[in-house]
Design a protein around this ligand. Structure first.
Ligand code: ATP
Length: 236
């Protein structure tokens, strides 16, 4: 579904991705783990068109998307939930969802998608008219994901969905990610510092270190890998 071949992405002179190759098959949850500054966020930004790779091949459903503007990539079915959520604090839950569907012109479709979102996030339905900014961090993360679903994506890019959340909410968010994958058939690329949780729900995983893929494979095998356990799973 998505294929990165030898991708190099820069911030000015900073060489953030140094030849990243990875792929995601339709229907998978793929975790991308790694320490601070490894390039996880940059990988997602490159896929969603927020950043343009300087070289390498980037293809989605068989066609090249390297250099394609972000809104066009979104229209092709890739939706990005950025780090730090960035919902609109002054808008209600419902309004946030409506803004997420700004590219959808048919009102009935918008309403249908809002209701679909509420089936995955009943907590949002209860808070439909509450201002986004007054919700807890976990609820805002739910809203950010529900908003990303408004464009009916085939591939969801999630950047650190568990960041700053209490353990209970972390579990709730990961449960919903699993549910979206199983019931909605959404393919998911999941960036996480919480490697334990990410590997527990992912099918496959990649380990990124200073802009390079160091390891890849089945998520269970990665979770057993000694170097991964020491570096990312908090073991001595
Ligand atoms: P974290 O988990 O800390 O968010 P990450 O794995 O997501 O880390 P990136 O944010 O992709 O890492 O950063 C990769 C590299 O690019 C780092 O060296 C970082 O300092 C650099 N970088 C990221 N954003 C910018 C920017 N806006 N300008 C310059 N350099 C940047």
């Amino acid at each position: 579904m998505l294929d990165l071949q030898d991708i190099h992405t820069y911030y000015g002179h900073i060489h953030a991705l140094k030849g990243v190759s990875m792929h995601i098959n339709q229907g998978e949850i793929v975790a991308l783990i790694g320490g601070n500054g490894a390039g996880k966020t940059t990988t997602l930004r490159t896929v969603s068109g927020m950043m343009k790779p300087r070289s390498g091949q980037l293809s989605y459903q068989g066609g090249s998307i390297a250099g394609v503007p972000a809104h066009r990539i979104m229209q092709q079915g890739i939706s990005h939930v950025p780090e730090g959520r960035r919902i609109f604090p002054q808008l209600t839950v419902r309004e946030n969802l409506e803004v997420g569907a700004y590219t959808v012109t048919d009102k009935a479709t918008v309403e249908q998608r809002i209701q679909e979102g509420f089936t995955f996030f009943p907590r949002l339905k209860e808070r439909e008219n509450q201002l986004g900014g007054t919700m807890s961090g976990g609820e805002q993360q739910m809203l950010a994901i529900a908003r990303a679903l408004m464009v009916n994506p085939k591939l969801l890019l999630l950047d650190e969905p568990s960041m700053g959340l209490s353990p209970l909410f972390v579990e709730a968010i990961f449960d919903i990610i699993g549910l979206l994958n199983r019931e909605r058939g959404t393919t998911i690329l999941l960036v996480e510092q919480n490697a334990n949780m990410a590997l527990s729900i992912a099918h496959r995983a990649y380990v990124l270190q200073t802009g390079e893929i160091k390891l890849s494979g089945n998520a269970q095998d990665i979770a057993q890998d000694e170097s991964v356990r020491k570096a990312y799973l908090g073991e001595d």
